[in-house]
Design a binder for this molecule. Structure first.
Ligand SMILES: Nc1ncnc2c1ncn2[C@@H]1O[C@H](COP(=O)(O)OP(=O)(O)OP(=O)(O)O)[C@@H](O)[C@H]1O
Length: 592
C-alpha cells in the first residue's frame, strides 16, 4: 500500500499560524469570555481553600474559640457550591467550544474539498484527507478548548497562590518560587521530547488511516489476488513503528513524573524544616505552616499543566498546519464570470490545445477538433492515448495548458462552472451510486426534480421496467455504492441521473465490464435515446456504439490519427480498419 507523504512541520511556536486558526474562535467570542471569567474564579477559589484551612487552624484549633465559626462554615459552603456551579459551566462551555470548533473546521475543510479541482485529488490521497478531517480536527478542537481552560486556570491559581504566599510570609514563599524556573525548564525539556514521539505517532496514524482505507476499499481485490499476507505484513510494520514511538513517549513520561514529584517533595521538605523552625520561634502560626505545605504541593500542578499545554500546542500545531493548509488550498479552476443566465447549445471547438498533468510530459499537443451541436463523437484508441483527458478538458475538470476550448463560440473559461456542469451529462465507466433510494440517486442529477421527471428519465433510458420490478420500486435502497444492484442496473440508473437535467452535452465513458446480451441491448438502446439531439463524446468500447457514432476519432499519443464515419474509415483500411477487425474477432470469439 502506498505511503502517505507527510510534510515535516515546524517545532517552534508559530504565532502567525495560530492567529489564522484562532479566527475559527470568532463565533464563540462570548462563550470564550465567559469561560475565561469562570476559570479565573475556579483558580482563585482553589487557591483560597488552604488559606481558609490556615484560618480554621489558627482560630478554631489553636485559639480554641468559636468566634465567627458559623460565618466561616457558611462561607466555606458557599465557596464549594460556587465552585461546583463553575465546574459545571466550565465543562459545558469548553465542551461546546470544542465540539463547535470541530464542526466548523470540518465543515470548512469539507466545503473546500468540494470546490477543489481534479488535480488536487490526483496528488492527495484519500487516507491523508480522512486523517485531516477526523483525528487532526478533533485534536485541534480538543487542544484549543481545553488548553484555554488549563492555561487560564494555571495562571489564575498561580497568581492567587503567590498573592497568599507573599502576604503570609515572603521569605518562606521564596523557597517555592525558586523551584518554579527549575521545574519549568525540566518540564519543557521532557514535554518536547515526549511530544516529538507523539508527533511520530500522529504521522504514523495518518499512514495507518490510509492503509485502513485502502485495506477496506480494496478488500475484494486483495482476496482475489491472495495478497492478504503482504498487506498484513505492511500494516504490522506501520503499527509496530507506532507502538515503538508510543512506548518511548510513555518511558519518557515515567522518568519525568518522578522528577517533578521529587522536586515538589524537596520544596515541601524545605518548607517543613524552615517553616517548622519559624513556628518553633513563634515567627509564624501553625495555620500558616499548614497553608504553606498545601501551597507547595498545589503550586506545582499548574506549572506542570502550563508546560504540558505549551507542549501540546506545539504538537497540535502540526495538526493545525495540515488542516489550515487544506482549508486554504486554492482551487486551480475558478470562475471568471457569474452570468448564470447563459444557455449552452453544444458546439465544441478545441483550438491548438496542449495539456499536461505534470511538468515534463505532454498528453495533448496542438490538438484541434470542431464538433457541431448534436454530433456524436466516438473516441477510440489504445489505453493511455488521451481519450479521458479530452473529455476531462471538455468538462473543464482540467484546463488546457495552452490553446483554448470554445463552447458555442465562447472561450469556455468565461462560462460559469455551474452553467457548464449543469449542461453536461456525464456517465463514468464505473458509475458510482450513493447510499439512498433509486429515486434519490436519479434526483442527484437535478435536485429539484419531481417524481414525474424521475420516472420520465428512467423511462427514457429503459430503466423504468426493472425499477418497478424491485421490491420497493423507486424507493428501493441501492446499498453503499449501489452494491445491491447489478452493474447493468447501476449503469442504467446513472444514465437516468445524467439525462434528467436535459444536458446539451453528453459524456459517456462506456463500461468495459461485460454484461449479458439482453442488458447490453437495453443499455445500447438507452444510450441511443439519450444521445438524440445532444452533442456527445463517448469513450467507446462497444462496437455498436462506435458504428452508430457520427464521427469516430482514433486517438494515439494525444493526436487524432484518423477521423471519419464508420464507413469512411473502413474504406481507408487504416488503423480503424484493423482496430475494428480485432474488435469484431473478439466479439465473434466471445459469442462462440
Ligand atoms: N490524473 C493524472 N495525472 C497524471 N497523469 C495522468 C492522469 N490521468 C492520465 N494521465 C496520463 O495521461 C495520459 C493519457 O491518459 P488518459 O487517461 O487520457 O488515456 P485514455 O486513452 O483515456 O486511457 P484508458 O483507455 O486506459 O482510460 C497517460 O499517459 C496517463 O498516464
Amino acid at each position: 500500500m502506498a505511503q502517505i507523504k507527510e510534510k515535516e512541520y515546524k517545532t517552534n511556536f508559530d504565532l502567525n499560524l495560530w492567529k489564522r486558526y484562532l479566527s475559527f474562535l470568532k463565533p464563540y467570542k462570548k462563550s470564550l469570555i465567559m469561560l475565561i471569567i469562570i476559570m479565573v474564579f475556579v483558580g482563585a477559589i482553589d487557591a483560597t481553600f488552604p488559606y481558609l484551612s490556615k484560618y480554621a487552624i489558627d482560630n478554631f484549633v489553636v485559639k480554641g474559640t468559636y468566634e465567627n465559626f458559623y460565618k466561616f462554615i457558611m462561607f466555606y459552603a458557599f465557596l464549594i457550591v460556587f465552585q461546583t456551579v463553575n465546574v459545571y459551566y466550565l465543562i459545558a462551555i469548553a465542551g461546546k467550544i470544542d465540539m463547535g470548533l470541530c464542526h466548523d473546521i470540518r465543515k470548512s475543510a469539507f466545503e473546500r474539498l468540494q470546490s477543489l479541482s481534479f488535480s488536487f485529488f490526483d496528488t492527495t490521497q484519500t487516507g491523508y484527507l480522512m486523517a485531516r478531517l477526523t483525528s487532526d480536527v478533533s485534536k485541534l478542537g480538543d487542544t484549543l478548548a481545553w488548553g484555554i481552560v488549563d492555561m487560564v486556570w494555571g495562571f489564575s491559581i498561580m497568581s492567587f497562590i503567590l498573592f497568599y504566599l507573599l502576604s503570609l510570609n515572603a521569605r518562606l514563599a521564596l523557597y517555592i518560587i525558586l523551584a518554579i524556573p527549575v521545574l519549568f525548564v525540566i518540564s519543557i525539556y521532557f514535554q518536547k521530547r515526549i511530544l516529538s514521539q507523539y508527533r511520530k505517532v500522529r504521522k504514523l496514524n495518518s499512514q495507518i488511516t490510509g492503509s485502513f482505507n485502502e485495506g477496506i476499499m480494496g478488500a475484494k481485490t486483495t482476496k482475489v489476488l491472495s495478497t492478504e499476507d503482504m498487506h498484513i505484513g505492511e500494516f504490522k510494520n506501520e503499527t509496530g513503528e507506532m507502538k515503538k514511538a508510543a512506548i518511548r513517549a510513555a518511558v519518557l513520561s515515567s522518568i519525568y513524573m518522578p522528577i517533578v514529584i521529587s522536586l515538589g517533595s524537596i520544596s515541601t521538605a524545605f518548607i517543613l524544616v524552615m517553616g517548622g523552625k519559624q513556628v518553633y520561634l513563634n515567627m509564624i502560626s501553625y495555620g500558616t505552616l499548614v497553608a504553606f505545605i498545601s501551597y507547595s504541593i498545589q503550586f506545582f500542578e499548574p506549572v506542570r499543566e502550563l508546560a504540558r499545554v505549551m507542549a501540546e500546542l506545539i504538537s497540535a500545531q502540526a495538526a493545525a498546519e495540515r488542516v489550515i493548509d487544506l482549508i486554504e488550498t486554492k482551487p486551480e479552476i475558478i470562475d471568471y464570470s457569474d452570468d448564470d443566465s447563459l444557455k449552452i447549445n453544444g458546439d465544441v471547438v478545441f483550438e491548438n490545445v496542449s495539456f499536461k498533468y505534470k511538468e515534463g510530459e505532454k498528453v495533448l499537443e496542438n490538438f484541434n477538433l470542431n464538433v457541431k451541436k448534436g454530433q456524436s463523437i466516438a473516441l477510440v484508441g489504445e489505453t493511455g492515448s488521451g481519450k479521458s483527458t479530452i473529455v476531462n478538458l471538455v468538462c473543464r475538470f482540467y484546463e488546457p495548458t495552452e490553446g483554448t476550448i470554445y463552447i458555442d463560440g465562447v472561450d469556455y473559461r468565461k462560462i460559469p462552472l455551474k452553467v457548464l456542469h449543469s449542461s453536461l451529462g456525464y456517465v463514468l465507466q464505473t458509475p458510482h451510486l450513493f447510499s439512498g433510494t433509486v429515486a434519490d440517486n436519479i434526483r442527484y442529477g437535478k435536485l429539484d426534480a419531481t417524481m414525474e421527471e424521475i420516472i420520465e428519465a428512467a423511462k427514457l433510458v429503459n430503466a423504468h421496467e426493472f425499477i418497478m420490478g424491485l421490491e420497493k420500486g423507486y424507493d428501493t435502497e441501492v446499498g453503499e455504492g449501489g452494491s445491491k444492484l447489478s452493474i447493468g442496473q447501476r449503469q442504467l440508473i446513472s444514465l437516468a441521473r445524467a439525462v434528467i437535467s436535459n444536458p446539451s452535452i453528453f459524456i459517456l465513458d462506456e463500461a468495459t465490464s461485460s454484461v449479458d446480451a439482453h442488458t447490453e441491448h437495453m443499455i445500447q438502446d438507452a444510450i441511443n435515446n439519450v444521445l438524440k439531439g445532444r452533442t456527445s463524446f463517448i469513450i467507446a468500447h462497444r462496437l455498436s456504439t462506435i458504428v452508430s457514432a457520427d464521427r469516430i476519432l482514433v486517438i494515439d499519443d494525444g493526436k487524432i490519427l484518423e477521423e471519419g464515419s464508420h464507413k469512411e474509415l473502413l474504406r481507408k483500411k487504416g488503423h480503424y480498419y484493423s482496430l475494428y477487425k480485432n474488435m469484431l474477432m473478439s466479439d465473434i470469439h466471445l459469442i462462440s
